[in-house]
Design a protein around this ligand. Structure first.
Ligand SMILES: Nc1nc2c(ncn2[C@@H]2O[C@H](COP(=O)(O)OP(=O)(O)OP(=O)(O)O)[C@@H](O)[C@H]2O)c(=O)[nH]1
Ligand SMILES: [Mg+2]
Length: 308
């Protein structure tokens, strides 16, 4: 991945720095791109649309400089409070960004939702790079995506568009190079060893959420959030103990999350601990319980807390 680092740009003294907002419909692969580009697990990924709820930052360092990616939530057009909140998060990020990475899923037809997303991108076209993703799949139709782009953006230049596979790490370097071209010269925003600015409690909550939504069906993935109630260092700082609640909206959902003989919640807990082991260089122990908070998605205070 990082062959960029040594070969190129030895002659350039000034490093390029950019804040890049990733935008695209739900499930286009925005979080996957971020994880592949940074070679770290920054953002959780799942087949369920609207997995990302926060503007997650991921940092990519190469010899060319530093790209600070903001993984914005993909949102559907709807009046629901959670959706409106997600939308305002995205718009703020686009204004503040030096560059945009607009991601398109080449396996899906560009319908109304794509047109709406493209409309949001339009005012920022000059600072936008477009990645047509999932070209590794048989269902991919990059030509159709290109046709949609040509019809939508009259001033689009061909060197703004790339065909990639975020999952297979194909074409990512070309996208990074194009983004560096849009980046101003500047001072690093983060030290080089940083790859995310997320706090530990947020990362653990996201890991638990990822494990939960990959096992649960129907409306439950959208109806849950993770509340980290307590964290404490134990074993002389060798182990982080975490008390977390998996919060759902209704009593009926609680039963499904707990599962037969508590097997579901146990699996979520054990797998989350395993995932934490891969990410952190200390042990993490999780005490996980299920709780009901009726209609939390309509509750301003909760939304403010989880959509920081
Ligand atoms: N085959 C293939 N699958 C991909 C690729 N990129 C992403 N996926 C899959 O597509 C699904 C959605 O990926 P995410 O990265 O979670 O998508 P997202 O755009 O962050 O979605 P939201 O956070 O819901 O807006 C996951 O199942 C990924 O594994 C790709 O290049 N090829
Ligand atoms: Mg995402």
């Amino acid at each position: 991945m990082n062959e960029l680092s040594s070969k190129e740009n030895k002659q350039t003294d000034g490093k390029k720095i950019a804040i890049v907002a990733i935008i695209g419909r739900p499930s286009t692969g925005k979080s996957t791109f971020l994880n592949t580009a940074s070679q770290e697990k920054i953002s959780i990924v799942s087949p369920i649309p609207q997995t990302t709820r926060n503007a997650v930052k991921g940092i990519v360092n190469t010899s060319l400089g530093q790209l600070v990616f903001i993984d914005t939530p993909g949102y559907h057009e709807s009046e629901k409070k959670l959706n409106l909140k997600l939308k305002s998060i995205t718009q703020e990020q686009l204004n503040a960004a030096d560059a945009l990475l607009y991601m398109i899923d080449s396996t899906r037809k560009a319908g109304e939702e794509e047109a709406l997303t493209a409309n949001i991108v339009l005012p920022y076209l000059q600072k936008t790079i477009i990645a047509i993703n999932k070209t590794d799949l048989p269902a991919s139709n990059a030509a159709a995506s290109r046709l949609f782009l040509a019809n939508t953006f009259k001033d689009l230049s061909s060197n703004q568009v790339f065909e990639i596979s975020a999952e297979k790490d194909d074409g990512i370097n070309e996208v990074l190079k194009a983004l560096y071209k849009l980046a101003p010269i500047g001072e690093k925003l983060y030290p080089e060893e940083y790859y995310t600015d997320q706090e530990v409690d947020f990362r653990i909550a996201e890991i638990i959420r990822e494990q939960a939504i990959s096992r649960l069906r129907d409306e439950i993935p959208h109806a849950l959030y993770i509340d980290i109630a307590d964290m404490e260092w134990r074993n002389e700082g060798k182990k982080l103990w975490v008390r977390a609640f998996l919060v759902v909206e209704r009593d009926s959902q609680k039963g499904m999350v707990i599962g037969k003989g508590a097997s579901m919640i146990k699996n979520i807990r054990v797998e989350s601990i395993k995932q934490c082991r891969k990410i952190f260089d200390y042990k993490v122990d999780i005490d996980l319980q299920v709780k009901v908070n009726k209609n939390w998605r309509q509750n301003e205070t909760i939304l403010r807390k989880i959509l920081k």
